[in-house]
Design a protein around this ligand. Structure first.
Ligand code: HXC
Length: 514
């Protein structure tokens, strides 16, 4: 056959495969507000940067008349490309082909691109839109999932792994996203659950919609499985691209540095914390008052809002922020906020990102619910994560730092490199009211004016302990600073920590309170 004809033949073969599950299936996909798998990849990557592999892979199943069916590309697109010129490996499941279900060859394509990502040390982005294990392929589908989970695990902490849920992600399929670093969901499109509404109805007799069971809002606000929530696929891709600018390609590099810029003057650190220590304020304003260009990229914005986590840049370098949020439950630590913060601290540590911790915490949340939900075990995760983290750790105590909360929030005792405190800081075992009621109980009870005595004792306690100077006198706080000096102190600390080197004890691995 002449070369020209062979080229034409290739073009024709490509054209057929690129149609995926066919026009009708594509129309159905669009009617649901979803893009096709290839459109998704093109929207995410730099223009003309995507190179696709395994276009002509076909399934190998024989049972249930599968030998008579052709499944173009076996329902998944794989390839490499760039985002803002950073290399990325991508796979996107094609729901128009057998519901994006995962059979043996489909899984081999995914594991091929995962292996490339790990070998080449570049981020992996998986776009999930699938009915789960391909029922006709039996144990081969299960084997495929197992191979993916294994690779997710060994790649963890070496390359960034990002999961995007743009359709159903059902059954065991949810565990690949759960093993990755960041999960993105889109309102009305993402659905994640282990057992669907049908099974729940059969087994438990309960009726629930797919949305209420495992929709985007549920995973962003209730379960904490999702890290980013978007209203549309377009917004979701913008979020992913932004995230990519903050993280390094792999664990042996640092994130790309950007041009530094001063924070917006409207965030005046002197005016954020109210005079009355019982009044709340938005700690994100404190972050915006110190971070370059006041640009803060929040993660898990809608979950466990009593703690705020996210990325910003200090002097152009990516920095992780962990901050108690007085606007929400007075910024107390509880089961969910401990989980949220601990995982983020470990992410920053794995990928060479310094951590700035802003403290205003009344302690761990008391109560039967929290105790029974395991606040001891979950709360310990923060202690573990901070203690083990060897990246530069900078702490600023803004106001309350009480009890276990003081220790947990990157205190000197967990090896913070620099601890600064504002003059408004109150570092003590507990709040003045509670403390006075306990240690002066006898005096208060036996007084002719118990309320007056109580007030006087509270004031005495405040004068003695509710300040940063007792901690500063022991060197637990390195400097008491004016709020307006915060950025200068932090920038300096980040700069001189650039080559921080700490060797942890040699061991196979520790046993964090998972
Ligand atoms: C084979 C599947 C499939 C699957 C969907 N399809 N899921 N084929 N195996 N798991 C096919 C359908 O037969 C259909 O083919 C096409 O994909 C589109 O599916 P529809 O049902 O028409 O789409 P929709 O109405 O949008 O419903 C989507 C859905 C539903 C909610 C995902 O398809 C569904 O419930 N699928 C099964 C989900 C599930 O239980 N999966 C197994 C989970 S167990 P045609 O030819 O008609 O177009 C599991 C174990 C893994 O995953 C364990 C790993 C550890």
């Amino acid at each position: 056959m002449p070369v020209n004809k062979k080229i034409k033949e290739l073009q024709e073969k490509r054209r057929r495969v690129l149609l995926g599950g066919g026009e009708q299936a594509i129309e159905k996909q669009k009617a649901m507000g979803k893009r096709t798998a290839r459109e998704r990849i093109m929207s995410l990557l730099d223009k003309d940067s995507f190179i696709e592999y395994d276009l002509f892979v076909e399934h190998d199943a024989r049972d249930f008349d599968m030998d008579k069916k052709s499944l173009p590309s076996d329902g998944v697109i794989i390839g490499t490309g760039t985002i803002y010129r950073a290399p990325v490996a991508v796979y996107a499941q094609d729901f128009t082909v057998a519901g994006g279900s995962l059979g043996l060859m489909h899984s081999r394509k995914i594991t091929k691109i995962m292996d490339h990502a790990l070998k080449m040390r570049m981020p992996l982005i998986g776009i999930n839109d699938s009915g789960g294990a391909r029922i006709q392929e039996g144990v081969n589908s299960l084997a495929g999932y197992g191979e993916i989970f294994f690779r997710n695990t060994i790649s963890s902490g070496v390359i960034p792994q990002i999961s995007v849920i743009l359709g159903p992600c059902a059954g065991g399929a949810v565990y690949s996203p759960a093993l990755t670093d960041f999960v993105f969901v889109v309102d009305n499109i993402s659905k994640m659950f282990i057992t669907g509404p049908e099974v729940i109805k059969t087994v438990l007799g309960e009726e629930i919609s797919m949305e209420d069971l495992g929709g985007a809002k549920v995973h962003s606000e209730v379960t904490g499985n999702a890290h980013f929530f978007a209203k549309s696929e377009e917004e979701c891709f913008e979020q992913i691209k932004r995230l990519i600018t903050f993280i390094p390609w792999n664990n042996s590099r640092k994130a790309k540095a950007f041009e530094p810029g001063e924070p917006d003057k409207t965030y005046d650190p002197e005016k954020i914390v109210p005079d009355d220590p019982t009044l709340p304020y938005d700690v994100k304003d404190v972050i915006r008052s110190v971070v370059d260009k006041s640009d803060f990229f929040e993660i898990m914005e809608h979950y466990a809002k009593n703690i705020v986590i996210g990325f910003g840049r200090m002097g152009g370098r990516t920095t992780g922020f962990v901050a108690n949020q007085p606007l929400e439950m007075a910024g107390v630590l509880d089961v969910d906020s401990s989980d949220k913060a601990a995982r983020f601290i470990r992410y920053c540590d794995a990928f060479n990102i310094p951590i700035i911790t802003l403290v205003d915490v009344p302690g761990y949340l008391p109560g039967v619910d929290q105790e029974h939900a395991g606040v001891i075990r979950h709360g310990a995760k923060i202690l573990y994560a901070y203690s083990e983290a060897s990246v530069p750790k900078l702490t600023v105590i803004l106001r309350k730092a009480y009890g276990g909360g003081y220790i947990a929030m990157s205190s000197r005792h967990l090896r913070a490199d620099f601890v600064f405190a504002w003059p408004t800081a109150e570092i003590a075992v507990m709040g003045p009211e509670g403390a006075a009621n306990i240690i002066f109980r006898k005096e208060i009870m036996s007084s002719d004016d118990p309320e007056g005595t109580r007030k006087q004792k509270v004031e005495e306690y405040k004068a003695k302990f509710a300040n940063p100077y007792v901690a500063a006198a022991r060197g637990y706080v390195d400097a008491v600073i004016e709020p307006k000096e915060t950025r200068r102190f932090l920038l300096h600390a980040i700069e001189i920590s650039e080559n921080k080197s700490v060797k942890l004890l040699e061991k196979k691995h520790g046993l964090p309170p998972f």
